[in-house]
Design a protein around this ligand. Structure first.
Ligand SMILES: Nc1nc2c(ncn2[C@@H]2O[C@H](COP(=O)(O)OP(=O)(O)OP(=O)(O)O)[C@@H](O)[C@H]2O)c(=O)[nH]1
Length: 341
């Protein structure tokens, strides 16, 4: 249930306040916003009744939810807020049951389910388990064993079902994200994955490792298609992707940038190391047999992923070098020396 992804458009646009927001932010704010009208009337009722302790708990919950909405709305930071809201909400629910008795136990169910909407399933189940233990402690004196067991079993089942549902949804989301970012022919990342990885690197405040970008393009690939057919061309692309996997580190990321063009994000590689990697790849392709009876070569442009510049600049610099490699006769590597400055 704890879904991920950006949501700045479409159905939720009116909730975004003019900026792109993650679904988690919106779900958390919605949950808090819906809790306020659910709790506030009871708080007012208890104030009028003179049940001060219960009224204070309800009003504190309402104030807490309002503060979370304002905080998330202004900062976009939702992770710690999600955890605090769940703990705060759970404590409020337990105090209410303690103050007003078992008739308030109905609040436990929606409260516990809500945890699965804003937290990872394992964290939600951990917090709810502690809540259940405290609840049993509170109700032990008030209930017969069979009634207490009914409450424990039903709460346990609600948590089990919510956990399974949240876990399955999380897995499906992950599979969907992976499928959306894969090139179906070669199995490497697609253009969308490349764009995401580049912008993630650009947004890292203090990147752990310097990185370089390689753009690779098959030379005279049109001839291969024309002479041997599209299926043979496809086979070359698949074999090239396999060769790139073998010749790169597991931390390097490979993408299909366009039809017969690939990109490699070489993590931990400064410009010199990236140039060595590119030259190794070029000569490996030249000496491999990607297509029986026809030599295949690649040209490569290399640029440093300078944090002072943008992903578009890195791509443009590498593309310029790729163009230079093609102009220089192909089967060549060109490095953008100025991209490091
Ligand atoms: N088999 C196959 N061919 C593709 C695919 N995507 C693009 N191509 C082909 O790649 C070829 C690219 O041709 P060009 O852009 O002229 O480039 P080139 O012949 O490699 O020449 P240079 O890049 O200048 O060396 C075209 O024939 C496209 O049809 C694909 O998925 N499979």
């Amino acid at each position: 249930m704890n879904m991920s992804g950006k949501s700045g458009a479409g159905r939720w646009h009116w909730l975004s306040g003019g900026r792109q927001r993650r679904q988690e932010e919106i779900i958390l704010m919605l949950l808090c916003a819906l809790s306020i009208p659910s709790i506030l009337p009871f708080g007012v009722y208890r104030l009028l009744q003179g049940s001060w302790a219960s009224a204070v708990v309800d009003m504190l919950l309402v104030a807490g939810m309002t503060a979370v909405i304002v905080h998330v709305w202004r900062t976009g930071r939702y992770q710690v807020a999600s955890l605090l809201v769940t703990i705060f909400y759970s404590v409020g629910m337990l105090v209410t049951v303690y103050l007003r008795g078992v008739s308030l136990v109905y609040w436990v169910y929606p409260t516990m389910i809500a945890a699965y909407f804003v937290l990872r399933p394992a964290v939600a189940v951990a917090i709810n388990s502690v809540g259940l233990l405290v609840l049993v402690g509170i109700l032990t004196m008030q209930l017969e064993v069979v009634n207490l067991m009914t409450i424990v079993v039903t709460i346990g089942l609600v948590n089990l079902f919510a956990y399974i549902f949240a876990y399955r949804t999380g897995l499906q989301n992950k599979e969907l994200h992976t499928a959306v970012e894969l090139d179906f022919l070669t199995g490497v990342g697609n253009r969308r994955a490349l764009d995401r990885k580049l912008s993630e690197y650009a947004q890292e405040r203090r990147p752990q490792l310097e990185s370089s970008l390689l753009l690779l393009d098959l030379d005279h690939f049109k001839q291969v298609n024309d002479q041997y057919g599209h299926a043979a061309g496809d086979k070359v692309l698949v074999r090239l992707a396999e060769l790139m996997r073998r010749h790169t580190r597991s931390s390097d990321r490979i993408f299909r940038y366009g039809g017969e063009e690939f990109a490699i994000m070489a993590s931990g590689a400064g410009l010199n190391a990236a140039a060595v990697l590119a030259e190794g790849l070029r000569s490996a392709v030249a000496s491999a047999t990607l297509l029986e009876g026809h030599p295949i070569t690649i040209s490569i442009g290399v640029a440093y992923m300078n944090k002072a510049r943008t992903p578009d600049d890195w791509l443009a610099a590498a593309d310029k070098m790729l163009y230079a490699a093609k102009q220089g006769g192909r089967n060549a590597v060109r490095v953008a020396e100025d991209s490091i400055a």
